[in-house]
Design a protein around this ligand. Structure first.
Ligand code: AMP
Ligand code: ZN
Length: 117
C-alpha cells in the first residue's frame, strides 16, 4: 500500500527505530510512547485491521504474538500488555494491523536503579 505509513517503514522509505525484523514481521519503537517500553509489532503484509483478517492469516497472527514474546524475553520484561486497537472508535489511527507492546522498564534496569536499602 503506497500511502500507508507502516508500509513505508517496512519498505524503509520512512525511518523507524527497528527493534526486530524477520521475513514476515517488523517491530519498531512507537514514536510517541505511552509507557517506558512501547513497541509496535507489525505484519509486513498490509492488512488494514483485525476486521480484515482472513482464515489464511492465522499463522501470521500467531507469528505476531511469538515476536511479542521474543522481544519481551530479550528485554527481560517481567510483565507487559499487548493491545490491538480495532477501528477509529477504539483509537486506531494507522490503518495497518499492529500490536502495541507496553511495559515498564526492563527488570535489570529496575535493579540497577533501585534505591539501596
Ligand atoms: P493506533 O492508534 O493503534 O493506530 O496506533 C498507531 C501508533 O503509531 C500510535 O501509538 C503512534 O504514536 C504510532 N506512530 C505514528 N507514527 C509513527 C512513526 N512514524 N513511527 C513509529 N510510530 C508511529
Ligand atoms: Zn500498510
Amino acid at each position: 500500500m503506497s500511502n500507508c505509513l507502516f508500509c513505508k517503514i517496512i519498505n524503509k522509505e520512512t525511518p523507524a527505530d527497528i527493534v526486530y525484523e524477520n521475513e514476515k514481521v517488523i517491530a519498531f519503537k512507537d514514536i510517541s510512547p505511552k509507557a517506558p517500553i512501547h513497541i509496535l509489532i507489525v505484519p509486513k503484509k498490509h492488512i488494514t485491521s483485525l476486521k480484515e483478517v482472513k482464515i489464511k492469516d492465522k499463522e501470521l497472527l500467531g507469528e505476531l504474538f511469538l515476536v511479542a514474546k521474543k522481544i519481551a524475553w530479550d528485554k527481560n520484561l517481567k510483565g507487559y500488555k499487548l493491545i490491538v486497537n480495532v477501528g477509529r472508535k477504539a483509537g486506531q489511527i494507522v490503518d495497518h494491523l499492529h500490536i502495541h507492546l507496553l511495559s515498564g522498564k526492563p527488570s535489570h534496569h529496575n535493579k540497577l536503579w533501585a534505591t539501596p536499602k
